[in-house]
Write a protein that binds this ligand. Structure first.
Ligand code: MOS
Length: 740
């Protein structure tokens, strides 16, 4: 089906069996906690593997002058040392393919070094330890050049983003500049956000082997179709000669949207050696061999009347990308839909630096853009002496303020009001620096949250088997979000089966195509294909039972209606009954502006002497369409809010401005929130059904909770101390500078 019309009433609305929304335990929970769910590095299939280890460049820009691999080749257990001199032919990099994760990504194809940590050799040995030891013996000297690694120092070189998305880089409605100049109350502020690293628990890893001229790759990736295409495009082989499998994934966060050197080099080496090759990136290697989120510089200008009506909204954003890539962080995209205002302008500019590719990381765009927008709204509220919630209520748009189309559903106002009530917002002292609890200055802050809702094409195949079980197959992944579980609930509801009777098969590129997990579109896209397949299966079963499909009821392993009844197992027979489902995006995405919304509240304490900031409590109230599983959705929301705390207080990768590498390239030095940082946190979802986006009537949940969340913390710090920090993360040195 294609989303050209709102989704009609369906079996999921009826929810006769109560599966939809139920806080079902994860169907893969037991496998995971008992260690029985094999992650890519743990897959045991085929012949015993050899182990690959990547040697990284120790310069960020230049050319390999000399590479001596003889000592490494003679080291114990070594089977091969691959360098640019003997690497098999691969396609060159190209921006021509629209799916950037499917573009060829060659390694070791020339002596040019374009970023620190770029693979310059690949050592394969009998054991991991032997490969790692031999890797230390590869001698490389470089003709190095000085590169550029600093966004802020290179802003004058900013250019309009390259590539096919560049036409979306700017937007303009009304006439921003004069409207801003004429506004009675103005905010003109500059914000910065640092490099972010995805910091997934599971490192990138792969196991590759060849069966004839077909390569099988188990790896940890969010999008199997893109991975399959990238491998085929890079190795110059047809797509059907590549099978990618990714059954369990220990976190994606955007850092596993593409596949990287472990996959490409592992596949190449396995072909040369005629045996499986297993490769994992070390934690340190992940910082340079994969992607990261760019730093941003942002200028926010808000112009309002004295009673808080926005007349002008301007958001300019600068981000970096590598020399060879065209991705840019869509930093201002939420500013295009969050608030009303007749005169608006957004602009994105890119600076090309000698760093690894920057790419998507946990709510690309909103996560960092709203750190600025939602902070600026707080600054405006303070300047107006207005409550920050009241300011947002005053500027609630009736239609999408840039596209001039209706919203599908938008419950920002309800989220703000319900959040304020649950959090006790009325107890907040609007005067900063007034509330003390012992040695702590205490403050409350809030922000609004919004995240684009998307639908991607997806297909699914379902089969009812003779033992009355339902098997479903999709190339979709579960990156730890609960895909296996929510899809099992959908199938169970549609066929009236217990969830235990559903076998959800995901994570194999041989299964029907989906877009995988990314952009919070996974459940809606793959789930809708599954729904469509189940709907077709229901019709088929009804017809074979001689029951009018409109009257058919499913439950207790039976189909019944019109006085007739038949067992599903009997209808399935020995061969089973199959059905194919498909979803395609359609006109609904042009006719309706689709986002999920929320309101996030934080209370912090700031140590009066040291400036140490501690989160005391945090609450998010969200409206994200129908919720498929209360428990997994809440976990998603809380996890995302915790990343928001990280963006406010902890996360910051630091580049050495002389040598262009991430100095703090491990989790000891790159700080993410830990248990002690998150004392009390909760999330609620308001009832909502959105029939414009997909037949499940859901919206994306995963990235909503991070969108802006850090601004709630920053605004709470201001309320606690009166110190306004615009450079994230808010570390104690920055607070201390402003404390009395
Ligand atoms: Mo997400 S950053 O699109 O995996």
């Amino acid at each position: 089906m294609e989303m050209n019309q709102p989704a009609p009433p369906n079996a999921l609305d009826q929810n006769r069996h109560g599966q939809i929304g139920r806080p079902a335990d994860r169907v893969d929970g037991r496998l995971k906690v008992t260690g029985a769910a094999p992650y890519a590095y743990e897959v045991k299939e085929g012949d015993p593997p050899a182990y690959g280890f990547i040697v990284e460049a120790s310069t960020a820009k230049g050319t390999i002058a000399l590479i001596d691999s003889q000592a490494a080749e003679r080291a114990p257990g070594v089977l091969m040392v691959m360098t640019y001199r003997n690497a098999p032919k691969q396609a060159g990099r190209s921006l021509d393919i629209e799916d950037r994760f499917a573009r060829p990504r060659p390694y070791l194809n020339d002596p040019v070094v374009q970023y620190y940590g770029e693979p310059v050799a690949f050592v394969v040995a009998e054991t991991f330890e032997q490969a790692r030891a031999a890797a230390q013996l590869v001698r490389v000297t470089y003709a190095a050049e000085q590169g550029e690694y600093e966004l802020q120092a290179s802003l004058e070189k900013a250019e309009k983003p390259r590539g096919d998305k560049s036409d979306k880089a700017d937007s303009s409605v009304g006439d921003f500049e004069p409207a801003f100049a004429a506004a009675a109350v103005k905010i003109d502020a500059r914000y910065t956000t640092p490099f972010h690293i995805h910091a997934q628990m599971e490192p990138h890893a792969s196991l590759a082997w060849w069966e004839g001229d077909r390569v099988i790759i188990h790896c940890s990736t969010q999008m199997l179709e893109s991975a399959q295409k990238r491998v085929a495009n890079t190795l110059l082989i047809p797509e059907d000669r590549v099978r990618v499998v990714s059954r369990y994934i220990g976190g994606g966060f955007g850092g596993k949207l593409p596949v990287f050197a472990d996959v490409i080099l592992g596949a190449l080496a396995s072909r040369e050696l005629g045996r499986p090759v297993k490769t994992a990136l070390t934690r340190q290697q992940m910082f340079h061999v994969t992607t990261h989120r760019t730093q941003t510089v942002q200028r926010l200008r808000l112009g309002a009347s004295r009673d808080g009506v926005l007349a002008a909204i301007g958001h300019e954003a600068w981000s970096h990308t590598s020399r060879t890539d065209d991705y840019y962080e869509p930093t201002a995209q939420s500013t295009r839909y969050m608030y009303a205002g007749p005169n608006r302008m957004t602009r994105h500019r890119s600076v090309h630096l000698d760093l690894p590719d920057a790419d998507s990381c946990r709510a690309p765009g909103e996560a960092v853009g709203m750190l600025a927008l939602e902070c600026a709204m707080d600054e405006l509220a303070h300047a107006l002496q207005m409550d920050p919630i009241a300011l947002r209520l005053r500027n609630e748009p009736e239609r999408d303020p840039e596209k001039d189309i209706p919203f599908s559903t938008r419950q920002l106002v309800a989220c703000l009001k319900e959040g304020a009530r649950r959090f006790g917002w009325n107890e907040r002292n609007p005067q900063p620096g007034q509330v003390r609890d012992g040695r702590w200055l205490v403050g409350m802050g809030m922000c609004a949250a919004g995240r684009a809702n998307q639908l991607k094409p997806a297909k699914c195949k379902v089969k009812l088997t003779g033992d009355g079980r339902l098997e479903a197959r999709m190339s979709m992944t579960d990156i730890g979000t609960g895909s296996y579980t929510v899809f099992s609930q959908i199938a169970a509801e549609m066929l009236g089966l217990p969830i235990e009777s559903v076998d959800m098969k995901l994570g194999d590129s041989d299964f029907p195509e989906t877009a995988g997990s990314g952009g919070s579109f996974g459940a809606a896209s793959a789930g809708s294909a599954l729904y469509d397949a189940c709907e077709k299966l229901r019709t088929r079963l009804a017809q074979s039972a001689g029951i009018d499909p409109l009257e058919a009821q499913f439950g207790d392993g039976k189909i019944s209606g019109g006085g007739k009844s038949a067992s599903l197992a009997r209808l399935a027979g020995d061969d089973g009954v199959e059905a194919d489902g498909e979803i395609k995006p359609g006109e609904m995405e042009e006719k309706f502006s689709q986002q999920a919304y929320g309101a996030i509240f934080a209370e912090v304490g700031v140590d009066i002497d040291s400036g140490e900031i501690r989160l005391r409590r945090m609450l998010g109230v969200f409206a994200a369409g129908r919720i498929l599983n209360e428990k997994t959705a809440r976990s998603q929301a809380i996890g995302a809010m915790i990343w928001g705390v990280g963006s406010a207080l902890h996360e910051e990768a630091v580049v050495d401005p002389r040598h262009g590498f991430f100095v703090n390239h491990d989790i000891a030095e790159y700080h993410v929130p830990v248990h002690a940082d998150i004392p009390a946190i909760d999330a609620f979802f308001l009832p909502e059904v959105d029939d414009k986006g997909n037949p499940l009537k859901i919206k994306g949940v995963g990235e909503l909770g991070i969108s802006g969340a850090g601004a709630a913390v920053a605004n709470a710090v201001f309320n606690a101390t009166g110190v306004r920090i615009r450079d994230y993360p808010l570390t104690l040195d920055k607070v201390l500078a402003g404390l009395p």
